[in-house]
Design a protein around this ligand. Structure first.
Ligand code: AMP
Length: 182
């Protein structure tokens, strides 16, 4: 199974991604976690990403596309994966399709955790992480609506979009995802 899980900041992507990866026995590839680790370890990827992640901006597409291309060709990713936080722009989504075509693979579903904007803001303010300063939060939310939302149309049009109500308890969100996948 090849899946991507999408949603704004605080939509519950991380929680659902971890559960789904365990339920379906597929590796979880979370670009946010990978970038935070790379920054802490001061790798080349981390050095490139740091100024963007700190401000809540998107890391440039070319850096992300190159990273994902390498990552999806690693041995553990041959028979399935769950991407969390990627793609984030329509351009990344198109490039992912080109890459999968080259690898002769297909995306099964793009899972969209849909949460009202007011809930997004409330959840974001309620969690403390170093990149969660209020102006950074606002910027991340704005980028989600400006850059990531248009991608839902892309997947919708390709009949790959699974829209899930993200404004429920984590257990209910998980149940809805599993029910819609089967
Ligand atoms: P996340 O934990 O998914 O919210 O990601 C944290 C930060 O990592 C984001 O605010 C971006 O700066 C960066 N990031 C993660 N995934 C991507 C991506 N697909 N494209 C660009 N930047 C990303």
């Amino acid at each position: 199974m090849r899946l991507v899980i999408l949603g704004g900041p605080g939509a519950g992507k991380g929680t659902q991604a971890r559960r789904l990866s365990k339920d379906l026995h597929i590796p979880l590839i979370s670009t946010g976690d990978i970038l935070r680790e790379a920054i802490a370890a001061q790798t080349e990827l981390g050095r490139q990403a740091k100024p963007y992640v700190e401000k809540g901006e998107l890391v440039p597409d070319r850096t992300m596309i190159k990273f994902i291309s390498n990552r999806l060709q690693m041995p553990d990713a041959t028979s399935g994966w769950l991407l969390e936080g990627y793609p984030r722009t329509a351009f990344q989504a198109e490039e992912l399709d080109f890459l999968l075509e080259e690898l002769q693979q297909q995306l099964n579903w793009a899972i969209w955790l849909d949460v009202p904007e007011a809930v997004t803001i409330e959840r974001c303010l309620g969690r403390a992480r170093t990149d969660d300063r209020s102006e950074v939060i606002q910027r991340r939310i704005q980028l989600f609506y400006d850059r990531t939302m248009p991608m839902m149309e892309y997947y919708g049009w390709r009949q790959r979009l699974l829209k899930i109500n993200g404004d429920q308890t984590p257990d209910l969100v998980q149940q809805e995802i599993l029910a819609k996948l089967s």
